[in-house]
Ligand binder design. Sequence first.
Ligand code: AGP
Length: 612
Amino acid sequence: MCGVVGYIGSKEAAPILIDGLQRLEYRGYDSAGIAVLNGSKITSRKEVGRLANLEKMLAADPVKGTRGIGHTRWATHGAPSQINSHPHSSSDGSIAVVHNGIIENYAELRDELSAKGHKFLSETDTEVVPHLIEQSLKDGAKSPVEAIQRTLKRLRGAYALGILFRTEPDAIYCARKGSPLIIGLGEKENFIASDVPAIINRIKKAIYLNDGEMAVVRADSVEICTMEGVAVTPVIKEISFKAEAAECAGFETFMLKEIHEQPRILRAMLEKHVSADGKIDIGSDLKPDYFRKLNRIMIVSCGTAYHAGMYGKLLLENLTGIAVETDLASEFRYRDPKIDPGTLIIPVSQSGETADTLASIRMAKEWGCKILAICNVEGSSVVRESDAVFFTNCGPEIGVASTKAYTAQLMAFALFSLYVAGVRGNLTPEQIKSYLADLQEVPDAVHYVIQKKDEIQAISEKHHDGPSSLYLGRKFNYPTALEGALKNKEISYQHAEGYAAGEMKHGPIALINDALPVICICTKTSDEVYEKMLSNIKEVEARSGRIIAVATEGDTEIAKLAGDIIYVPEVRDEFTPIVNVVGLQLLAYYAARARGTDIDKPRNLAKSVTVE
Ligand code: AGP
């Protein structure tokens, strides 16, 4: 979604803002703009489309100044256009604002301000903000801080705001509620940004602004207060990852880099959470006794993280005997799920900023539930609002299509399920050791699949051109089928359906003909559903479907049925999804490459969905 950056220091602001916006490109955007303050003059430049267009404009007509704010816009209110791009200004041009989020009551505020003579130029919700600040000053606010505070109290919805005042040449202002915002601390220069990767090359320390807080950021100081004016002592955090983590490192895309990072990340998770004597430490503040008494778990998440939640449900039920439900956060928040305080809520989120997931956490907290998040981003809203966190620690995921965060979420569920099964006595220490020994094989198996990328590319190139594809899986690999289909549609724009293979006869079988690639996840282990998958594949074969199987190395049976096979090493049933999905990530990747899409920044998508 929209990206926000800001700079104040002694260097020229425009190149710093553009660099920050480039680093935020992965969030998804359709236009961009900056405003630079020089003495008492604010100059803005905005352009539709890629940042390169804005850069061209700046090259032809540069802006000078050492303080500024910048924005990449992902259109919500009003089409992508120059006039709708941020920054937006007050009537007299003395205030410029960039905004990530949605002002829900903008229509009524706009009517109110219009009646007072304010002229609006854009169709955006954001434009009410500079006008409200301007009006607050007219109505007697004694300072920019007071005007911002008065304004924030009038806003409903979510915002991360960056604000410049013509009258305040030595400060940039920012505020947040619902949308993330950090203040990056440099040497005699400071920054604001929607997230750390935007400024990771410039800072080592940051302050994560809390909801309801605003800040006055100067080159050598940061003052934080609440919207009620209560001063807040900033908590300064060291940034735990290096700038290179947010760079492509020689790979053609971030997504390909992130696919390749998976074996290392999975190994690191095992090293971090499993001791030499086979004890699992989930790094959570929730005590073993809490898990002994637990009788219900509710997993809530969106998109790829929802598929991870589906896997978590299957594994937790299988290993711990606890009743587990999983739901899409966007559905969960509007239903009446009959949750009692004894239910553990597990939100799963890479970004930690997904609006629906956050709303679900807040609801569950009102019901008195404990929240144990599985999350990748330290300091994110999900992390801060949860009672305990299992960090996936995969470093910044820049590709919009989630890959490494997904396999890390699956690994987190595997470790968590074994931990809970251990403390509850569902599994003996020996059984847990045996599971862990099998889990230790997973990173190498993932590495093996990645090594087969040329073969997978050749398969992709045979099948990428049709209008649609069908992904089938059962039990632990039903979520894998959904995730494989999601990856394909996200980045290659080929329509793809993920289905539980047993459901095929109840509808999707009608789609099958010799043009439809059917990707069947059919890894052979002791799993009871292998035979069932074979029957489903035979049904596809009987209707001339193009079968692409994900199968276990050495499986000769499948070779008689499938036109193309992605062979993967044998791992324990429960852990096959972590390995199998990597084959599907690569299948989607090379389909997208063959179809010439923008793999890291697929059209219309945003990396973190901070609005409903
Ligand atoms: C993944 O490829 C998607 N881009 C998307 O479905 C994502 O998983 C979803 O928006 C949830 O995001 P989160 O993990 O940051 O909460």
